[in-house]
Design a binder for this molecule. Structure first.
Ligand SMILES: [Fe+2]
Length: 404
């Protein structure tokens, strides 16, 4: 198998990166470890905070006790800290504006977000509201922010979105999902404490873990991938295949939670730097329309987009089969790529995610509109196959039937 891996890795990449200068954005610091929440006061000081700290969260996360624990840790060290918990999933921009007004009245030195992707996304935008005047919604789009904001610490309570390390934040504006993309919102410190994920119920564990898997695999496919993002994506993929089922079936398995948290954060780096392809376009189209969570809507695209891209990135996708331990020594590269796609579909089923679109109440007649909306609203210039209504419709038809 090692021999096979060597052979695959030595093939010429289809999209060599040496014709351009690659950039790699990451947080200033990543702190990772069991019970590392206790390091929060130290990290606040590392960012220059001496007195006032604002913790942003939402009510479900607050009920787990994590924000209160952070508050206690900070107060014990002499900080004046407070919690604002009026955030929500898929946050409406108006609620983030309210959080920003509260933040300005409190005037913290450091802003801390404790929660899932939506809380961290909101925190990132609240932090830049201090230095970018006007309405926050005017900054939601690609590279619209003018400068960095208040020092920010993001603490994930799920293992999936990778928001603690990315330059993205997604909001709901006039009922539609819109993305703010800017290096100025990458948190200064990502503090990852896998203990905070122990209480996640199995369906959330599955959805978040598969979102992270989508980040890893879609980044491999992107024309903006580099050898650095690729290796991180393979590492995250291997960890997810090794540990997602354990975390799903035994939520208190600390080792599984530890490596799933690690996988999600690691996959966030290729997400941030290589970007997503058509899977996330379809997910962001069908998710809000059929009330399917982000992670699940990404997951159900994944086996089929792998089949779609297999002809142009077969080496990359075949390598997935190698890193997850499938024996592909006797098959062609294209077949090995398809074995990877089948393995992903099997993983979905093993964690309770039906892998066909018809299981989610989507009518077949809607597929052409979904294809059109996906490419119009979420174009992907970094897709190695140029997207059009016909080829995206083909992916949706495979998804609908669950057919590889
Ligand atoms: Fe995602």
């Amino acid at each position: 198998m090692n021999k096979r891996r060597e052979w695959i890795m030595s093939t010429t990449p289809l999209f060599p990166i040496f014709y351009r200068t690659a950039e790699l954005y990451m947080p200033g610091k990543m702190v990772f470890g069991l019970n590392s929440l206790e390091r929060l006061p130290k990290e606040v000081r590392f960012l220059g905070g001496n007195s006032r700290v604002l913790i942003l969260t939402d009510k479900p996360v607050r009920s787990t006790g994590a924000p209160e624990k952070a508050l206690e840790l900070l107060r014990k060290e002499g900080f004046e800290a407070t919690v604002y918990d009026d955030l929500e999933p898929e946050p409406r921009i108006e609620l983030v504006e309210n959080a920003a007004s509260f933040a300005k009245s409190f005037d913290p030195e450091v802003v801390v977000g404790i929660g899932g992707g939506s809380v961290m996304d909101s925190t990132k935008l609240v932090a830049v509201s201090f230095t970018n005047p006007g309405n926050l919604k005017d900054y939601v789009g690609p590279n619209l922010l003018k400068r960095r904001g208040k020092p920010t610490i993001c603490i994930p309570t799920t293992a999936g979105t990778g928001s603690e390390v990315t330059q993205y934040a997604v909001f709901t504006i006039d009922g539609k999902k819109k993305t703010c993309a800017s290096p100025y919102i990458i948190p200064d410190v990502a503090l990852i404490d896998p203990m905070l994920t122990l209480s996640l119920p199995p369906p959330v564990t599955a959805g978040c873990g598969l979102d992270a898997l989508s980040h890893a695999i879609e980044s491999l496919i992107s024309t903006e991938a580099t050898p650095i993002t690729d290796e991180l994506a393979y590492l995250a993929t291997r960890l997810i295949f090794n540990y997602l089922k354990r975390a799903y079936y035994k939520p208190n398995d600390v080792e599984a939670r530890y490596y799933m948290s690690m996988a999600a954060t690691i996959a966030g780096i290729p997400l941030c730097n290589a970007r997503m392809v058509v899977g996330h376009s379809i997910s962001q189209t069908i998710g809000p329309m059929y009330k399917i969570s982000h992670g699940i809507s990404c997951a159900i695209t994944l086996p089929y987009i792998m089949k779609f891209y297999a002809p142009v990135v077969s080496e990359k996708l075949a390598q997935i089969a190698v890193v997850i331990g499938e024996d592909v020594s006797q098959v062609s590269l294209k077949d090995a790529a398809l074995i990877s796609a089948v393995s992903v579909r099997r993983l979905l089923e093993e964690v309770g995610v039906p892998p066909s679109l018809k299981s989610y109440g989507v009518a077949k007649e809607m597929l052409p509109k979904l294809a059109e909306d996906s490419i119009t609203n979420f174009p992907r210039p970094n897709s190695p196959i140029e997207l059009n209504k016909e080829n995206v419709l083909k992916i949706l038809e495979w998804m609908y039937e669950g057919e590889i």
